[in-house]
Write a protein that binds this ligand. Structure first.
Ligand code: HEC
Length: 141
């Protein structure tokens, strides 16, 4: 069975992603892509289409498959998806809480501050993922 983009399939995850992309300024409040979307694509911060996602996933599985079974590779990548989904949910919840406070008249972070914080969180998550990947690729020794 082909795996599908979990963020596309899972409505809650998709909603979390939209919240995060809005906070990043990639989608306007009507969920239409803004000019920033090209920057994000170039930076590879978000996989925006199912096709893009599938192409990346197939490439990744083919790489893992050089040493691991396809089933193992797909399962491991799925576990990674779960982690990403949970992280996205926490970040989206944080954004919603901040948005609610702003509406209630609390001091509001500027869009620039939000973008900077979200970018840092994303980079931290990517670094963690990469170092985990490197650790598993280093193999036994
Ligand atoms: C060049 C060969 C190679 C490639 C490519 C490779 N691995 Fe590994 N991987 C290994 C070896 C060797 C081990 C150590 C196996 C062991 O400890 O028994 C390992 C271990 C792992 C482990 C830990 C397994 C455990 O039981 O602790 C995970 C998870 C893993 N790899 C995932 C991946 C994923 C996901 C990919 C693709 C992104 C990948 N690997 C690509 C060789 C490779």
């Amino acid at each position: 069975m082909m795996s599908t983009s979990p963020a596309g399939e899972d409505k809650h995850w998709a909603a979390d992603r939209v919240t995060i992309l809005e906070a990043l300024g990639v989608l306007d409040p009507e969920d239409k892509p803004t000019a920033l979307v090209d920057t994000v694509k170039a930076a590879d911060v978000a996989r925006l289409t199912q096709e893009d996602w599938q192409r990346e996933r197939d490439k990744m599985v083919a790489t893992c498959n050089q040493c691991h079974s396809g089933i193992f590779a797909r399962l491991q990548l799925q576990l990674g998806d779960e982690m990403e989904k949970n992280a996205d949910h926490l970040v989206a919840e944080a954004i919603r809480i901040v948005a609610r406070l702003c509406k209630d008249g609390e001091p509001c972070p500027s869009r620039r501050t939000m973008q900077r914080d979200l970018t840092e969180i994303r980079e931290l998550a990517d670094t963690t993922r990469r170092s985990r990947g490197a650790a598993s690729r280093a193999g036994p020794n």
